[in-house]
Unconditional design. Sequence first.
Length: 191
Amino acid sequence: MAQRPERGGRNNRRDEKPDDGFTDKLVHINRVAKVVKGGKRFGFAALVVVGDQKGRVGFGHGKAREVPEAIRKASEAAKRDLIFVPLADGRTLHHDVHGRHGAGKIIMRAAPAGTGIIAGGPVRAVFEMVGMSDVVAKSLGSSNPYNMVRAAFDGLKRQMHPKDIASQRGLKYSTLQERRRDLIGAEAGAE
């Protein structure tokens, strides 16, 4: 009878991969059963969020008969479909944004330094993998983890860097920043 190689053996696939800088977080695992003649056959579906904590993030879904295999498949699927999220000061969003997928609705707001991540489970995992440290989010619709994650990604895809907005308006980035500072100063003086 052949024995399985021990962890760290030469046949272990995880040891062969170079470290690509991504970390993954398991968001949800679902056990499904198929009824067959001899009883039930169980399978597992995993939802995983992968990110480099520097703005790149992706999510994936994997199904298999074993939990580790489902997680591996989900991680590989997530790495194939990454998005880049521009971060303000490397810690928060540039502007407030709404995301939606199906019945899942989410509001994400930029927050001052020291706020932390104020968000529910699946969305919190997305923010942690992006590398955000200060953000406030509220889920208004479905509590289904798949819809919440997809709604969060919809909102993050709509996030625009001020340099992109300046180029669309035909302005210089510095001019746009000056207008923003003037607007913030006027709001602070009014209070």
